[in-house]
Design a protein around this ligand. Structure first.
Ligand code: GLV
Ligand code: GLV
Length: 326
């Protein structure tokens, strides 16, 4: 009883209310910005547990100062902001919130696909600048999605939801690349595993749904974009550093690919004068994949439950590094 829990941002009430019912001492960071690394370490030193998210850097220097932490509960499905091997060496269990945002994020990938194929954001800007002239029979033409081939890098919880949408809406052919085949998803989606090179070559829409790891960092570089179809649309709703931004800009400029839809950038936030924002076939959103009331409520519940279950039972229902508790 009485464990001190540091809550690093304003999270939805659904989960916070669960924590308030327990005999914990809760510290809420009330500012709208994330803590600086110095603020985070100073605060965490006096706490037993951390409820954090992707704007908190849980790296080696932090873990060296805060090795006393009993649990880190991450409000997100991605956890590349946390040095997991180091947390594991320090025997700190790390919880996360899978599944909660799969529908929400797949909606953003699906929406960006249509938005890019039809130049939504660029054409919206032409209204704001008074450039909407007459109905133009040949201006700013997009392309149709029916029957196209969807390529997925990372056919997991979110990738499957994106593939389902594309299959039922447009009868798309689904191909994917994973390190390990997802056999249970292949059958209902009629999805086919291909090599990464084949994924690049065959996809009309290439949508990224993998985690950011040393293997996937900048996996979409000049070499990769060069292999894609000139008619292809690149969609990234996973993590910005999975594509190399200067190479993406060059591929778009040289018309090696048709367009792009991004919900994630590197760095975040993207600067307002970024070249991508002025390109006709590019649509960028400010990392809102999980931004529905339903998803964020459920994420806060899972993040809270991971802490509550840990202190009540010694188990963490959704854990990144189960070996710590084994
Ligand atoms: C959001 O980006 C998440 O990883 O949940
Ligand atoms: C387009 O607006 C049409 O009426 O065809």
């Amino acid at each position: 009883d009485g464990q001190k829990i540091l809550i690093t941002r304003k999270y939805p009430a659904a989960g916070m209310d669960l924590l308030k019912k327990e005999p914990f001492q809760l510290t809420f960071w009330e500012k709208d910005r994330p803590m600086t690394p110095a603020e985070l370490a100073a605060q965490a030193k006096n706490h037993d547990a951390l409820l954090c998210t992707l704007t908190d850097r849980i790296d080696q220097p932090f873990l060296a100062r805060c090795s006393h932490l009993e649990i880190i509960s991450q409000f997100a499905v991605g956890y590349d902001n946390i040095d997991i091997p180091e947390a594991t060496r320090k025997k700190i269990p790390v919880g996360f919130t899978p599944d909660a945002m799969s529908e929400a994020t797949a909606d953003i990938a699906f929406g960006l696909m249509i938005a890019a194929a039809r130049n939504f954001f660029f054409l919206h800007k032409t209204i704001l600048t008074g450039e909407w002239g007459y109905f133009n029979p040949t201006g700013h033409l997009g392309f149709e999605l029916k029957g196209k081939t969807l390529g997925i890098l990372g056919l997991g919880r979110i990738g499957v939801k994106m593939a389902e949408r594309c299959k039922s809406a447009y009868g798309m052919t689904i191909i994917y690349h994973n390190r390990n085949r997802n056999l249970s998803a292949e059958k209902p989606l009629d999805a086919r595993w291909v090599s990464f090179d084949q994924l690049l070559k065959q996809s009309d829409i290439l949508s990224v749904h993998c985690a950011l790891t040393p293997e996937t960092r900048h996996i979409f570089d000049a070499q990769a974009f060069k292999q894609m179809k000139p008619s292809a649309v690149f969609i990234n709703t996973a993590r910005g550093p999975i594509h190399h931004e200067p190479d993406l800009i060059q591929a778009l400029n040289q018309k090696q690919i048709w367009g792009a839809g991004l919900d994630v950038t590197d760095p975040e936030p993207m600067a307002p004068d970024n070249l991508l924002l002025s390109m006709e076939n590019v649509c960028v959103l400010p990392h809102i994949g999980s931004g529905t009331m339903e998803a964020r409520d459920q994420m806060s519940v899972l993040a809270a439950e991971n802490i509550i279950a840990f202190y009540k039972t010694g188990r963490v229902p959704h854990i990144v590094n189960p070996e710590v508790l084994a």
